[in-house]
Design a protein around this ligand. Structure first.
Ligand code: 5AD
Ligand code: SF4
Length: 453
């Protein structure tokens, strides 16, 4: 009988991609994925970006511990694995606080999982033989020299229509609030040819849209076939030449790495979608400097304008942090002013969350109520602009890519070039169809099919 694997993924798209790779890798060893919470192996692919994510991990682990005990009472075992960024950051602390966890594996070493599972089995067997040694979980959180991308199976089919492809990992920017440079390590870019090869495999399996992933994706600097280091614009051009690829996106970017050639690529590559996630974090130059963001608001607005010149219909999304140490009411107002200027189509906003080991965590903190109030004000403004953007689609005809089945029977979820959701009841998955938009809501659009493209 095949063994079962349950993966729970937290956090960003990078983790979604990694979880899929883990599924493929363990699938090759005979593990079948299951949505059931009790399984032979339960793997939590964790996020460490904010404190809440960490709290959530330990409360989930408590729940899985109960399920594990239940299974053990029935003579079965359940291997609990903690993977991802909290695994990297907390390491042995997880095994100490939750001793029923069997394995802790960081994002750079999960390709060792098959050996780790074998090692675990050996240790468990030894324990059963009655030597009475205390059982100790397996820990693997190094940053190996060898790239994980060369170790992973290439069998992945992330989604039937829209897939992620990880091209870059890690970050050298060291924003003062952020754990990523510590959990994901130094910036690393894959070679162009290995990315093209993975894209070809995805396309063969029917994928129509590829989203290139990286913590700092536009800092991409991989080697091409001649061994020359090239940037993201080169890679995008190469990918755009692949037949059958209908849509190309990339995320997440840093304003500093938005180079002229990359901006121009937005005007030159039709299948590069006119929607860009470009985090700004704050509208106050003082706070941006304290955050070590290496850009000002003026610099950011220049990039936005240059992108609009290259691709007039382009829309933007962003990330914001409110309540960073030292943020005054005036600084916060400047963030709202920037939001008014850019009119983002969509955005994510967070209260600053001190992360142990990062420079901002030891500075004087803003009270929680102040952060919460600012967040509420900012989110109301962002929602207003998101709704206005969606309403501005009314009367337009947009190409909608049919991505996956909706919740209701017969319903299909499609996406506009700007990532807006449109629910339809006709067409086949993978098709792009023209839809006349009749209403724009906060989180979706409604429309009527005009014709099939
Ligand atoms: N507190 C709050 N938000 C954070 N982010 C990163 N670190 C923190 C933190 N310590 C946000 C940033 C980033 C997004 C992925 O998460 O806005 O762009
Ligand atoms: Fe974190 Fe800044 Fe790197 Fe983004 S650019 S991953 S916010 S350190």
């Amino acid at each position: 009988m095949s063994k079962t694997l349950h993966i729970k993924t937290f956090g960003c798209q990078m983790n979604v991609y990694d979880s899929k790779k883990i599924e493929d890798m363990l699938g090759a060893l005979g593990y079948t994925s299951t949505p059931e919470l009790t399984a032979d192996v339960v793997l939590l692919n964790t996020c460490h970006i904010r404190e809440k994510a960490e709290d959530k991990l330990f409360s989930d682990l408590g729940r899985f511990h109960l399920l594990k005990k239940e299974r053990q009472n029935n003579g079965q075992d359940m291997v609990i694995v903690v993977a991802g960024c909290s695994a990297q950051a907390l390491g042995a602390h997880i095994l100490k606080r939750a001793p029923y966890v069997d394995m802790v594996v960081g994002p750079q070493t999960y390709y060792h999982l098959p050996q780790m599972l074998a090692m675990l089995q050996r240790r468990k067997d030894e324990q059963v033989e009655g030597e009475n040694k205390p059982f100790k979980g397996v820990l693997e959180t190094g940053f190996p020299k060898i790239s994980k991308f060369d170790q992973l199976p290439q069998t992945s089919l992330t989604g039937p229509v829209s897939a992620f492809l990880s091209i870059q990992e890690g970050c050298d920017k060291f924003c003062t609030y952020c754990v990523v440079p510590y959990t994901r390590g130094a910036e690393y870019s894959r070679d162009v040819e290995s990315i093209i090869q993975e894209a070809r495999i995805l396309l063969e399996k029917g994928v129509k849209e590829i989203t290139l992933l990286g913590q700092n994706v536009n800092a991409y600097h991989g080697k091409n076939a001649n061994g020359h280091v090239v940037g993201l614009s080169f890679l995008l051009q190469r990918l755009a030449e692949l037949p059958d690829l209908k849509r190309l996106r990339y995320t997440t970017s840093h304003p500093r790495d938005m180079t002229d050639d990359l901006i121009q690529a937005h005007g030159q590559i039709d299948i590069l979608m006119p929607f860009l996630h470009l985090p700004v974090q704050s509208g106050s130059d003082k706070i941006l400097a304290h955050m070590n963001r290496q850009h000002t608001t003026e610099f950011y607005l220049e990039k936005i304008n240059a992108l609009k010149n290259a691709r007039p219909e382009i829309a933007f999304s962003s990330d914001f942090i409110v309540g960073y140490p030292g943020e005054t009411q005036e600084d916060f107002q400047k963030t709202c002013d920037l939001v008014e200027k850019v009119q983002f189509a969509q955005a994510y906003s967070f209260m600053y969350s001190p992360r142990p080991g990062t420079p901002a965590a030891i500075q004087d903190q803003i009270p929680g109520e102040v952060k919460a109030e600012r967040l509420q004000i900012l989110q109301a403004l962002l929602r207003q602009h998101q709704l206005a953007f969606n309403r501005s689609m009314e009367g337009k005809v947009l190409p909608i890519l049919l991505e996956k089945k909706g919740q209701r029977p017969g319903q299909i979820l499609g996406r506009s070039p700007f990532m807006q959701s449109v629910y339809l009841s006709q067409g086949a998955l993978g098709q792009e169809i023209n839809v006349q938009i009749t209403s724009g809501f906060l989180n979706s659009l409604k429309g009527e099919v005009v014709d099939h493209v």
